[in-house]
Design a binder for this molecule. Structure first.
Ligand SMILES: *[C@@H]1O[C@H](CO)[C@@H](O)[C@H](O)[C@H]1NC(C)=O
Ligand SMILES: *[C@@H]1O[C@H](CO)[C@@H](O)[C@H](O)[C@H]1NC(C)=O
Ligand SMILES: *[C@@H]1O[C@H](CO)[C@@H](O)[C@H](O)[C@H]1NC(C)=O
Ligand SMILES: *[C@@H]1O[C@H](CO)[C@@H](O)[C@H](O)[C@H]1NC(C)=O
Ligand SMILES: *[C@@H]1O[C@H](CO)[C@@H](O)[C@H](O)[C@H]1NC(C)=O
Ligand SMILES: *[C@@H]1O[C@H](CO)[C@@H](O)[C@H](O)[C@H]1NC(C)=O
Ligand SMILES: *[C@@H]1O[C@H](CO)[C@@H](O)[C@H](O)[C@H]1NC(C)=O
Ligand SMILES: *[C@@H]1O[C@H](CO)[C@@H](O)[C@H](O)[C@H]1NC(C)=O
Ligand SMILES: *[C@@H]1O[C@H](CO)[C@@H](O)[C@H](O)[C@H]1NC(C)=O
Ligand SMILES: *[C@@H]1O[C@H](CO)[C@@H](O)[C@H](O)[C@H]1NC(C)=O
Ligand SMILES: *[C@@H]1O[C@H](CO)[C@@H](O)[C@H](O)[C@H]1NC(C)=O
Ligand SMILES: *[C@@H]1O[C@H](CO)[C@@H](O)[C@H](O)[C@H]1NC(C)=O
Length: 732
């Protein structure tokens, strides 16, 4: 006789068995029997591969292009460096989109291993700069999203042609700044030791996954090795943290994927050795499986795929698969998909051949949502309580959304300044727009925390921004977002302090501190007209000077005004030089010796200055007819001033203000103080004409990066006797 316990056990077994048998055709079927389900993967420095999940076939090559690293004209890749930095599957076009280490976007069809196409050249910092981008495809609305894990902590979108590119969001600097150590110091006075008081913690995006059927993206970030998961609408709105602690990042392991069918997110925590999951709101968080040293993961319809690294080479080339029940994986049902003839661990995995639950209709398909430039998907209900795909308009680089939220207006005037580790721009046209843009037009340029920032200047004739820090001079072409960098004090202990651009003559004037004996020197050099890698720009020494505080050029006359401080006599002196002949002429503005900063009014040909007591005075260009502005500065410890049209802009190290230059009235705060933010450098106004906003227009692969590439080409040709015709088609 069977005991009651045995009967219950058998009954449970039967129920379980039935459930198992019944369960398979419903939920397991699509993967178990549908041969269209494939996995796309790559190895760290390899090509793109695919494998059918179900048959026992060998992995097949998807991409055939090797983007040479290091020596750019051969097809040699450097072991351990990623030829392919990231990939995603484009369900709409049955192709893999992948980005090479130098930010070129390629597509490869999964049904033809000889179909690689270079789609566009996404960005170009420097020919030897290794990309740290991650990409994700919105196949419903045909957009490519990307994040940058290194220089720009931004979230971007671009259409499949590479023409309309927009920066949607940017992650913040958090943490604390111990002391406002810079208070009361001019930017030129900052020394290395001053930076010891700064403690920025920058949050960097690390991995991105998209569910276009819901209009959502998920981004995993690194913040001092801890990680978070954010959810953002695909139009950049409604940024929200869904997982506050997604584990500490160990061995660069920081993966994330979404299951579009079950509406859940999955990520790995390599410190705890687990894979976790939650719903799109971050609720119902569960440990899915214990998995040490996971490298990549992908998920589709409750099937989890992942790879694990190990010191044993023979066990690395495996993708593990688990059919999840109640969002977790029972260890005894894990299946190994063996990747024959592949000796390494899959670095990124994506599920291909997948289908969406519903036939999603793209709300942007109708008349581009009446958006003038970009129409992007979004979830109209931020609580996600109901599924409702909607859209929002966005504008490409250099433009901002009009008040009707549909049209785009060119941003023609910015105030450019530096805030913590980034150069930023604030629109001045119109002033009522409170938005701060990363700069150049919405790009961020990252500055290392300990860099001794000197100054920012601009050449309105060429639309090029110049940026000087202690040992490097950086030039940014605002129109094409090309950047070139020169050493200015290579192999020297010298440190450059300040820069004034006489763009009429193409010269920059510099002040520097000689490392050898603490003397300051005034110098001048022509700014190179082309981008050049590893070039050395060496200003000629004009004369030794007292400690410099300010340097400005009057563009019409070419006069250079230099403000120096003499510690012995405890007073400052403004010197005017006809720089053609370097012929100094001391101005009569010695005052009480407390002048600390200068500015030029180009329209009225006046010289402005401020004193350490916050007084603002002006004179004509030869220092006569001195007047004092009636209203005192609204802020103390001013460290920079510029004049533009009717306005004086003044800043200290926490805020920037505008005041009327004649009356001293109509005081407005342009950049308000925000927590833990230091404005380290000076500032500059950049004005552009609409005719000069070309970014993305007439986009051509051969044109995009050619200026930089061709600048490097000569140099590369010298090193390498075998130039690559494909790369070098561009005309100079
Ligand atoms: C299975 O494959 C067919 C094409 O062979 C496709 O139409 C169908 O949508 C797939 N089903 C699932 C659930 O993926
Ligand atoms: C490409 O595909 C063809 C057949 O479609 C096959 O013969 C060839 O071996 C493949 N090449 C690679 C490198 O996988
Ligand atoms: C580059 O690749 C081609 C074949 O695609 C090969 O013939 C050639 O030897 C390679 N060159 C180098 C330097 O590896
Ligand atoms: C994570 O951030 C820290 C600094 O916050 C940085 O040192 C580290 O390199 C980052 N890790 C990765 C994998 O990018
Ligand atoms: C896998 O592990 C090996 C040895 O521990 C290491 O060299 C390699 O970088 C790891 N690969 C990845 C993709 O993490
Ligand atoms: C799934 O798990 C939750 C909690 O982890 C539990 O409450 C629920 O009963 C489980 N459902 C099934 C069908 O096992
Ligand atoms: C999906 O919807 C589009 C238009 O909304 C229609 O043309 C297409 O036939 C539909 N596809 C399926 C499989 O229902
Ligand atoms: C979807 O959102 C739009 C705009 O917010 C709203 O007008 C519409 O009623 C919503 N539809 C559903 C089914 O919730
Ligand atoms: C800009 O910000 C100020 C102060 O923060 C606020 O009073 C004003 O309404 C804002 N203007 C717009 C257009 O949002
Ligand atoms: C410091 O060195 C520079 C260049 O070597 C020289 O011109 C200058 O006279 C020196 N100054 C002092 C005070 O020694
Ligand atoms: C200074 O310049 C003004 C005009 O800007 C001129 O009238 C005046 O004579 C000049 N004074 C001297 C001393 O050069
Ligand atoms: C402030 O600006 C308004 C016009 O915008 C002007 O009428 C007024 O005189 C200005 N006030 C001062 C003190 O400059």
């Amino acid at each position: 006789m069977l005991g009651i316990l045995e009967i219950i056990k058998i009954a449970v077994l039967i129920i379980l068995l039935c459930a198992h048998v019944r369960g398979l055709p419903n939920t397991g079927n699509d993967l178990a029997t549908n041969s269209t389900i494939k996995l796309i993967f790559n190895m760290k420095d390899g090509k793109v591969w695919q494998i059918n999940v179900n048959d026992k076939s060998e992995p097949k090559i998807v991409s055939n292009t090797i983007v040479a690293t290091e020596k750019c004209h051969t097809n040699v890749t450097v072991p351990g460096r990623a030829n392919i930095v990231d990939l995603d599957y484009d369900t709409g076009k049955s192709r893999v989109l992948w980005m090479s280490w130098n930010e070129r976007l390629y597509s490869s069809s999964i049904s033809n291993n000889n179909s690689d196409q270079l789609i566009f050249w996404y960005d170009y910092y420097d020919y030897l700069q290794f990309s740290s981008r991650r990409i994700a495809v919105d196949h419903v609305n045909e957009k490519l999203y990307s994040i940058d894990r290194f220089i720009n902590p931004t979230v971007e979108v671009v259409d499949f042609d590479g023409k309309q590119r927009s920066i949607l969001s940017s992650f913040e600097t958090l943490g604390k700044i111990k002391d406002y150590v810079f208070a009361g110091k001019m930017p030129v006075e900052l020394e290395n030791a001053d930076y010891a008081g700064m403690l920025f913690v920058q949050e960097f995006p690390m991995e991105i996954a998209i569910d276009p059927t819901e209009g959502l993206m998920f981004i995993r970030t690194n913040i001092s090795w801890a990680s978070r998961i954010h959810r953002i609408n695909l139009d950049g709105t409604s940024l929200k943290i869904v997982i506050l602690n997604a584990g500490r990042i160990k061995n660069n392991c920081c993966r994330l994927d979404v299951d579009r069918l079950t509406k859940r997110i999955y990520w790995n925590d390599c410190e705890k050795g687990i894979i976790e999951s939650s719903d799109y709101n971050g609720n119902d968080r569960v440990t899915v499986i214990k998995a040490d040293d996971s490298v990549a993961l992908a998920v589709y319809n409750n099937h989890l795929f992942w790879s694990q690294n190990s010191t044993d080479v023979s066990t690395r080339a495996i993708i593990k698969e688990c059919k999840l029940r109640n969002n977790t994986c029972r260890a005894d049902i894990i299946r190994n998909i063996i990747l024959k003839d592949i000796g390494d661990v899959p670095y990124k995995i994506k599920v291909a051949g997948l289908v969406d639950k519903n036939n999603i209709s793209n709300p942007c398909a109708i008349d581009n949502g009446k958006c003038q430039q970009l129409c992007l998907l979004k979830h109209s209900d931020s609580s996600l309580s109901q599924s409702n795909l909607s859209y929002g308009c966005a504008c490409k680089i250099g433009y901002k959304l009009s008040s009707n939220s549909k049209d785009c207006e060119p941003i023609l005037k910015y105030l450019v300044y530096e805030s913590n580790n980034y150069i930023r721009g604030k629109t001045l046209n119109p002033l009522t727009d409170n938005k701060t843009y990363n700069f150049p037009p919405q790009f961020v340029w990252g500055i290392l925390e300990k860099d001794q920032i000197a100054s920012i200047d601009f050449n309105p004739l060429t639309n090029k921004l110049l940026y000087l820090e202690c040992r490097n001079l950086l030039q940014i072409d605002l129109d094409e977002n090309l950047r070139g960098c020169w050493s200015i004090a290579r192999f020297q202990s010298d440190c450059y302090k300040d820069l004034a651009y006489d763009w009429q003559s193409g010269k920059i004037y510099t002040t520097k501190l000689l490392g050898s004996n603490g003397t300051y020197v005034l110098g001048a050099v022509n700014v190179p007209s082309t981008f050049k890698r590893r070039a050395f720009v060496k200003p000629d020494n004009l004369r030794t000077i007292d400690r410099p505080l300010s340097l400005v050029v009057h563009p019409k006359t070419g006069f250079l005004y230099l403000l120096t401080f003499n510690a012995l006599f405890n007073k400052s002196t403004i010197t005017c030089m006809k720089v053609g002949g370097y012929d100094p002429m001391k101005l009569n503005i010695i005052g009480s010796g407390n002048i600390i900063g200068l500015a030029i009014d180009n329209n009225k040909d006046r010289l402005y200055w401020f004193t350490d007591s916050g007084e603002i005075q002006y004179s004509n260009l030869n220092g006569t007819d001195i007047k004092t502005l009636i209203v005192k500065s609204p802020i103390s410890q001013i460290n920079s001033m510029i004049i533009d049209e009717d306005w004086i802009y003044i800043k200290n190290n926490i805020s920037i203000w505008q005041i009327n230059k004649d009356t001293g009235g109509n005081t407005t705060c342009i950049v308000p103080e925000t927590k833990d933010t230091i404005l380290r450098s000076g500032m500059k106004i950049i004005e552009r004409s609409q005719d000069n906003l070309h970014y993305g227009v007439n986009y051509q692969i051969t044109k995009a990066a050619c200026k930089v590439f061709c600048a490097y080409k000569d140099e590369i040709d010298k090193e390498n006797k075998n130039p690559d015709a494909e790369f070098c088609k561009c005309s100079k």
